[in-house]
Design a protein around this ligand. Structure first.
Ligand SMILES: *[C@@H]1O[C@H](CO)[C@@H](O)[C@H](O)[C@H]1NC(C)=O
Ligand SMILES: *[C@@H]1O[C@H](CO)[C@@H](O)[C@H](O)[C@H]1NC(C)=O
Ligand SMILES: *[C@@H]1O[C@H](CO)[C@@H](O)[C@H](O)[C@H]1NC(C)=O
Ligand SMILES: *[C@@H]1O[C@H](CO)[C@@H](O)[C@H](O)[C@H]1NC(C)=O
Length: 781
């Protein structure tokens, strides 16, 4: 043991002591998607083991250890881009067999290992761009990824591609390859991927340096069904050779992106397409120096029907010739069915050119410099049917069009027009009535600074976008509308549902809604999707309850967190789902009447209790007692009666006919105090009683059942007890059983039990003796 212990400690020490806790990340939502990006993490953090999507981008993670991810076997998306990862354990991803998306771009991986990806058989998207690896490692990296559909690889340091590198994936939708520093390419490597829908290659370096290498690469990628995107080229006329193989192999669609060359070069390139199968030509983010002149030789492009041009800058765009003046182009123009010239400073197009585009179905002129004037020219000033007779989609989003009237006039004759995008122009107003082609189904008027819409809106629409305008009402009967965008306006209520019988999708976020009701939602017969998040809801009880319980059964809602209360004040800024209103706020009248009823019941029971428990009587007694305590004892000379007679009103007969004559008629006469006769009128009776008792030597209590029942008599009795009990004389007129004396009348009970009292005899013969005893008692000092 003694030998062992230090050894154990040593080995522990070698491992750096206890494993230090991993940083935590709890930015996860209800779908187990955790966003831990930009958190200065130096290692993979601890998150919920149910995590499905984990974003760790923009941190400082250096390595992926064997156990870092082993708990997250449900992971489907793992984003590790823009860290400083330089090593990954061989088994680092081995438990992630549900992983579909893996992004390792912009790290510092010097080598790639096929061991990492061995278990990732569900992987669909893999991004390895921007690291430092020079090869794709030994063996075949992608071997197990049979489901892969997006592959993004390469970096400036990549030097060689070998034949096994791309064994595995069968069909890629998108393949992106960056190899500007490539020096070796084993021919046939890219052919290992059976089919590719779209490939983006960035190989400017080989283009500059090594025509054979470039040709090998392009030969393997060029197939009739693959769209080729060549990006980041800076080429001259002499470097165009490798393109030959592209056109020979029957590529139909080519796009040049971030190309920088002279107009001559591009014309030469087009010249090479002669007799190719090319149908679609695209240019994106390109810059051409030099000028295009009418004299250039254009090839015959028999199959080309699609031209896509975006963000193309011509050094001298203002002297660009009208296309119809280039005779070789006339033929091409008549073949075109799809043309997009986006963001390229187009400010005019002569109507002669437009006339040639009679097969055109799709036209996108968005983000250019067209104005009302030049658009009128371009669209042949509305010359019916001669102008773009086949057009179905027309996009002039983000130009300088101002007049709605002009537009409706220009498009009226296009009998096939189904979609018109006028967004991001500045209209402000709209005429009261317009004419549109009957075929129009889609109209985009987003961000057009419209303050009001009128019956000018085509009633045939299925989709209408009026988002980000200044509308305060939208009440137009549009029977066939299925989707309407009204976000970012100033609407204060939902539009009337019965006007839109077929509406299925309503986007109406960011309007100042007060609130909406079940009725309003039910009025939309077909509504399925509602997006109405805003931070201006009046959270009434009805609204909060409807929102929490019924709304999601009626429609599919956007993020519930987007619905925020603005009033009542206590709930300002609170999410509607978190709003809690008390019963008092929600059912004020009910709560108030309940409260009133409760108070009433309490009061009534209190009154009943008081009555039952003789509270009033007790209070009176207490009051009298307090008075008695405070009253100074009567002085001797104030005593002026021999006896105060306390009796019940019911026994007045006995008192007046027998007692009074007997005692006042005696020799010497007794002075009796009777409340009926001797009290001063007007005083408070309790006061008078107390005064009378104090002015009398004795108090005679005429005890009968009535006496017991009488409050005043009891009071007198009680009072005598406080004050001058010894002076009390009880005359019991009739036998009173103990049980008939009420409980609270305990004093009397006590007296009756403990003291002798005079009993009124039944027989007449006994009475003289009674009177004698009474008189004797009264005489006693
Ligand atoms: C365009 O290509 C050049 C090389 O020809 C490259 O240096 C530049 O970064 C590219 N630009 C973009 C935006 O990719
Ligand atoms: C019109 O062009 C804009 C900007 O290029 C684009 O966002 C929009 O989707 C296009 N509209 C249609 C209907 O294609
Ligand atoms: C309408 O145009 C805007 C701006 O171009 C665009 O963002 C929006 O997606 C378009 N709306 C629809 C429904 O296509
Ligand atoms: C709405 O659609 C129906 C059926 O497709 C059609 O008959 C009717 O004319 C349309 N209404 C409008 C105003 O376009």
């Amino acid at each position: 043991m003694l030998v062992f212990l230090p050894l154990l400690m040593l080995s522990w020490g070698a491992h750096g002591g206890l494993p230090h806790p991993r940083p935590k990340c709890d930015r996860c939502d209800e779908n187990f998607a955790c966003d831990c990006s930009s958190s200065n993490l130096q290692e993979v953090p601890a998150v919920s083991t149910s995590v499905k999507s984990l974003d760790l981008s923009f941190n400082e993670i250096k390595t992926i250890g064997q156990d870092d991810l082993c708990d997250y076997s449900n992971l489907e998306v793992l984003i590790l881009r823009s860290n400083v990862i330089s090593s990954i354990a061989e088994q680092g991803f081995s438990t992630l067999n549900k992983l579909e998306v893996l992004d390792l771009s912009d790290n510092r991986l010097n080598d790639l290992s096929e061991m990492w990806f061995k278990r990732l058989s569900s992987l669909k998207h893999l991004n390895l761009l921007g690291n430092k690896y020079e090869t794709f490692g030994k063996g075949s990296l992608l071997h197990s990824m049979v489901k892969l559909s997006t592959l993004i690889v390469g970096n400036p340091f990549l030097a060689s591609v070998s034949e096994d590198s791309f064994i595995g994936p069968n069909h890629l939708q998108s393949f992106v390859f960056y190899g500007s520093g490539l020096k070796n390419y084993q021919p046939g490597s890219f052919s290992r991927i059976n089919s590719i829908d779209e490939v983006t290659v960035s190989i400017d370096g080989p283009f500059q340096r090594d025509t054979a290498l470039t040709t090998d690469i392009l030969r393997d990628l060029s197939r009739p069904d693959t769209k080729i995107i060549l990006s980041d080229l800076r080429i001259s006329r002499e470097q165009l050779m490798p393109f030959q193989v592209v056109f020979q192999k029957g590529v139909k669609s080519i796009l040049l992106r971030n190309l920088s060359c002279s107009t001559d070069t591009i014309v030469s390139l087009l010249g090479m397409t002669q007799h190719s199968m090319l149908t679609s030509i695209g240019l994106e983010d390109c810059e051409f120096n030099g000028e295009l002149t009418v004299s250039v030789e254009f090839p015959k492009l028999d199959f080309v029907n699609e031209i896509y041009v975006k963000n193309v800058k011509l050094a001298k765009f203002y002297i660009f010739p009208a296309l119809h003046t280039i005779t070789q182009l006339v033929q091409i123009l008549t073949h075109l069915t799809r043309v997009a010239v986006i963001e390229s400073n187009v400010f005019a197009m002569p109507h002669e050119t437009t006339f040639l585009l009679y097969n055109l179905e799709y036209m996108d002129m968005s983000r250019n410099q067209l104005t009302d004037l030049t658009l009128r020219e371009a669209l042949c000033d509305g010359l019916r049917s001669a102008c773009l007779p086949s057009i179905t989609v027309f996009n002039i989003s983000s130009n300088y069009i101002r007049s709605f009237q002009t537009l409706s006039h220009l498009f009226e004759g296009m009998k096939m027009l189904a979609a018109l995008d006028l967004s991001l122009n500045v209209f402000h107003t709209m005429p009261e009535a317009c004419a549109w082609p009957q075929s129009l189904r889609y109209l985009n008027l987003s961000s057009c600074q419209l303050r009001r819409v009128t019956a000018c809106l085509p009633r045939t629409l299925h989709v209408l976008d009026l988002s980000y305008n200044d509308l305060t009402v939208f009440e137009h009967n549009m029977p066939n509308l299925t989707e309407v965008h009204l976000s970012g306006n100033r609407l204060k209520t939902l539009p009337e549902g019965r006007l839109f019988a077929h509406l299925e999708v309503l986007y109406i976020k960011g309007n100042p809604f007060i609130s909406f009701s079940q009725n309003q939602i039910s009025n939309y017969g077909s509504l399925r999707i509602l997006e109405a998040g805003a931070d201006t809801y009046v959270c009434s009880c009805e609204f909060v309850s409807f929102f929490k319980h019924e709304l999601s059964h009626l429609v599919k809602l956007d993020r519930k967190q987007a619905y925020i209360c603005s009033s009542p004040f206590a709930l300002r800024g609170v999410e509607v789902t978190d709003a809690h209103l008390s019963v008092f706020e929600c059912h004020a009248s009910l709560a108030f009447s309940t409260l009133c009823a409760f108070v009433l019941v309490v009061v009534i029971s209190a009154v009943v209790m008081c009555h039952k428990l003789h509270v009033v009587w007790y209070l009176q007694m207490t009051w009298a007692w307090i008075q008695a305590k405070r009253r100074p004892a009567a002085r001797k000379d104030q005593v002026c009666y021999d006896a105060f007679v306390s009796y019940s009103e019911r026994d007045v007969e006995w008192v007046e006919e027998l007692l009074v004559p007997e005692l006042e008629g005696a020799e010497p006469p007794f002075r009796l105090c009777l409340h009926k006769r001797d009290f001063l009128p007007g005083g408070w009776i309790a006061d008078s009683i107390m005064a009378a008792m104090e002015k009398s030597h004795r108090t005679l209590f005429i005890v009968t059942e009535h006496f017991v029942q009488s409050d005043w008599c009891r009071f007198e009795l009680e009072y005598s007890h406080f004050r001058l009990f010894d002076a009390a004389i009880l005359i019991v007129l009739e036998p009173i059983p103990d049980s008939t004396i009420p409980k609270r009348f305990c004093k009397l009970r006590k007296i009756m039990n403990s003291r002798t009292y005079l009993e009124w005899p039944e027989e007449d013969s006994e009475r003289p003796r009674f009177w004698q005893s009474l008189k004797d008692t009264l005489h006693m000092p």
